[in-house]
Design a protein around this ligand. Structure first.
Ligand code: BGC
Length: 760
């Protein structure tokens, strides 16, 4: 009997152990199981309301990056958090804040599911890199990747694990203020940059404590807002959608992006947030995206104003059916989805699908192993503003500068014995260079141009403001007030200029003049700055114009009169150091424009890869019937890809060879100037005859090279189906046989061309 008891107790123990093991093995807590299995297990334990909770994202209580929703009271948010009805928060800042909010989710809710913490880490967190458009001007994919890596390093050190970047919207309209946040007008360059940014943010392993989830936004068409007015209607054809707008999003998926954000605009009559074609048919079915889609701020509710939903409940119904997985600040899902399911209007499977996608990303981040892994005060101290971050920001900043013009060779400046007058309020501004998306950067933390120049001591530098750009203290939320009248300091500026060997005028837009909600109809120098430039020019023509701006500007007068023009955008924390280095030739400028600079705002939208039309050229003297303006040229002032150097490069010996299904293109590039320099060798293609007309030229390859004086290199490109083909209007990617032209050079106004034929 005793023996039997022993056997029984052994058996019981065995069963206990077994069931224990089974329990561990089959629950979401077991990190040896696959992510998919863990997600399914967790889903099986969740109520409908908890699943919907995962689909709900609230803004934090301290910062707002959009209009505050009327119901947005903190008490409701806390209540919902405690019930497990919140899956994510945005704009919660700092280790302590994130820890406190995470603690509620983890310790006070039934299942303890951690939150994913989102933030607009667009070009840096506290240490700012150049605005994304400026970074794109570097064409340096490694530096751009590094910049995103550093942004992730800082953000992840303060509790953030998800950024709403990169913005991969292509835009051809400089009136649109958000061009500062993208990579410019070109799909090929934009796709490469999208990949670099996604990889930079996410690294190769999301569960590391210094990588964060990226978000390709805004899906789709946001950059094509009519008249460049933010949030405006978008109406584009199939070919533009497939060939221009979609590819950077597809590239982001190839790079492994885990989230998408939809957009505020309607696309061909249906708001993107409620657009099933975009989110289900294209993104999730055709492209097989298995991450999740977050709405833009309040964009589910905004479908009411669009005239697409009758109330918030209707909006929730439309959005969830269309494939928007997470609701940012509309309160539509948390308030209405459960009822919609019980009424049979929303299939519960859609809720499972959305919650599954969101939970999957949380598991990938490793949040279930350690929800506080990003909350480490020591790391925060070590990382913010640390040397590697500052060094990368400087490296990125020098590479983003574009030399637009340098006629009298005023640049680079001599380092000794010069009298230099520095003019312009922006020369002494330590905030504006931080840009517009700089929620966590502290005011007055950028190095100003004056500070940067002061490190070169061989010259005598005098400063005169000349005029303010803006009035008061511009901020993220309100309209910037421009100084349109006060010229009281013009005379002092002219006096300083008169006595100088060289005048450095730092003019342009305030950092808050571009960005979201900041469209302009006039894109010249704001306020009285143009007049200041012309007045100073009257007393000294030796001017270097240093531009600070977040979009292409119209610079006709400056181009006609000013010998040297340097495009310096908003370069971030290290702005002044970078500008001084380039002015003095310690860095030879290598940037190339990622967007065309128009001659006149009336040319917009303007882009280098336009279509030929049926009437591209002047048919005869004084005949008007061709595609042109009466009062302005068709071409850009500074075209896409343009950018000079302190040296010069020649392009010779273009050779094309068909090798099986590929085309090999070779070109010899030589540095024929006096200094070492970098050049972005650009390859453009034109498919001469196609079933859907192709642009007059399209960028299909580029390579950055470095050449010593007199050095020559042969550069080879390989063109495959990917470069030769396009999407037809049935949505198929095709390479059509026939003649192609290939163009090589240092800008989209290329210097050398030849042709080849792709046979049937
Ligand atoms: C912007 C998004 C941004 C979001 C959250 C919206 O207004 O359009 O790009 O990520 O706010 O701040």
């Amino acid at each position: 009997m005793k023996k039997l008891n022993k056997i029984v107790s052994f058996l019981t123990l065995g069963v206990m152990l077994l069931s224990c093991g089974q329990k561990n093995e089959s629950t979401y807590e077991n990190n040896e199981l696959s992510v998919d299995k863990r997600v399914e297990n967790l889903l099986s334990k969740m109520t409908l309301e908890e699943k919907i909770g995962q689909m709900n994202q609230y803004n934090g209580f301290w910062n707002v990056t959009g209009p505050s929703p009327i119901q947005g009271d903190a008490a409701k948010k806390y209540k919902d958090l405690r019930k497990g009805y919140v899956g994510s928060m945005l704009n919660v800042r700092g280790v302590d804040e994130v820890r406190a909010i995470q603690k509620i989710a983890v310790e006070e809710t039934r299942l303890g599911i951690p939150l994913i913490i989102g933030f607009d880490v667009i070009h840096g967190y506290e240490t700012m890199s150049p605005i994304p458009l400026a970074e794109a001007a570097s064409w340096d994919l490694e530096a751009i990747k590094k910049s995103a890596e550093m942004a992730a390093l800082e953000a992840s050190s303060v509790g953030i694990n998800w950024t709403f970047a990169p913005m991969v919207d292509i835009s051809r309209d400089a009136r649109w203020g958000r061009v500062m946040e993208g990579a410019g007008e070109d799909t090929y360059l934009g796709s490469k940059i999208a990949i670099a940014r996604v990889k930079g943010f996410q690294g190769d392993d999301l569960s590391k404590h210094n990588t964060i989830v990226a978000c390709a936004k805004h899906f789709a068409g946001y950059g094509f807002a009519e008249s460049g007015r933010d949030y405006n209607t978008v109406d584009v054809g199939t070919s533009t959608l497939n060939n221009v707008i979609f590819p950077p999003f597809q590239a982001s998926i190839e790079a492994g992006v885990r989230t998408f954000m939809n957009s505020f605009n309607e696309l061909n009559g249906v708001p993107a947030t409620g657009n099933k074609f975009l989110q289900r048919t294209v993104l999730k079915e055709k492209w097989g995206f298995d991450g999740f889609v977050v709405s833009d701020w309040g964009s589910i509710s905004e479908m009411i104003s669009h005239g697409h939903a009758k109330d918030n409940k209707d909006a929730a119904n439309i959005a969830v059916n269309a494939g928007s997985d997470m609701d940012m600040e509309s309160y539509a899902y948390v308030d209405h989805l459960a009822t919609l399911v019980s009424e049979g209007k929303v299939d519960a499977k859609l809720i499972d699908d959305a919650a599954r996608r969101i939970l999957k990303v949380k598991f990938e981040l490793g949040l279930f192993e350690d929800p506080y892994k990003y909350c480490d005060n020591k790391r925060e101290q070590e990382v913010l503003g640390s040397k590697p971050v500052l060094d990368a920001a400087l490296d990125m900043a020098v590479k983003s500068i574009v030399l637009l013009k340098n006629e009298k060779n005023i640049l680079p400046l001599k380092k000794q014995g010069q009298k230099i007058a520095v003019i312009g309020a922006l020369a002494n501004d330590k905030t504006s260079p931080l840009g517009s998306w700089r929620i966590a950067a502290k005011d007055s933390t950028a190095v100003s141009v004056l500070e940067g120049l002061s490190e070169y001591e061989g010259n005598n530098v005098v400063y005169a403001k000349g005029a303010d750009v803006s009035l008061g203290t511009p901020d993220f939320i309100t309209e910037v007030k421009i100084n349109e009248t006060d010229k009281s300091e013009f005379d002092a500026a002219k006096k300083a200029a008169k006595n100088a060997d060289v005048v450095v005028m730092v003019l342009g837009e305030h950092g808050f003049q571009s960005g979201e909600g900041r469209s302009r109809t006039e894109i010249g120098l704001p306020g009285v700055q143009q007049e200041l430039l012309e007045e100073v020019y009257k007393v000294n023509k030796n001017i270097v114009l240093v531009l600070n701006n977040g979009r292409p500007l119209t610079l006709g007068w400056a181009d006609a009169h000013i010998p040297s023009i340097l495009e310096c955008w908003q370069l971030g924390t290290q702005s002044g150091h970078a500008i001084a280095k380039v002015l003095y030739g310690d860095y030879n400028p290598s940037g190339k424009l990622p967007m065309s600079f128009p001659r006149h705002v009336g040319q917009l939208p303007l882009y280098y890869n336009y279509k030929n039309t049926g009437r591209p050229t002047l048919p005869g003297k004084d005949v008007v019937f061709w595609s042109h303006y009466q009062d302005e040229k068709n071409e850009a002032l500074y075209p896409f890809g343009h950018g000079l150097s302190y040296t010069r490069f020649t392009y010779e010996n273009l050779k094309v060879e068909l090798q099986g299904n590929e085309v090999s293109v070779k070109i010899d590039v030589k540095n024929v100037g006096d200094v070492h320099g970098k050049e972005v060798v650009q390859l453009y293609l034109r498919d001469m005859v196609a079933s859907v007309t192709r642009p007059v030229r399209e960028l299909k390859g580029f390579e950055m090279i470095e050449l010593e004086t007199g050095e020559e290199k042969t550069i080879q490109f390989r063109l495959t189906a990917k470069e030769l083909g396009f999407y037809n209007n049935e949505g198929s990617f095709v390479v059509e046989p026939g003649m192609f032209k290939v163009f090589l050079g240092g800008s989209s106004k290329t210097v050398i061309e030849t042709s080849f034929e792709i046979k049937e």
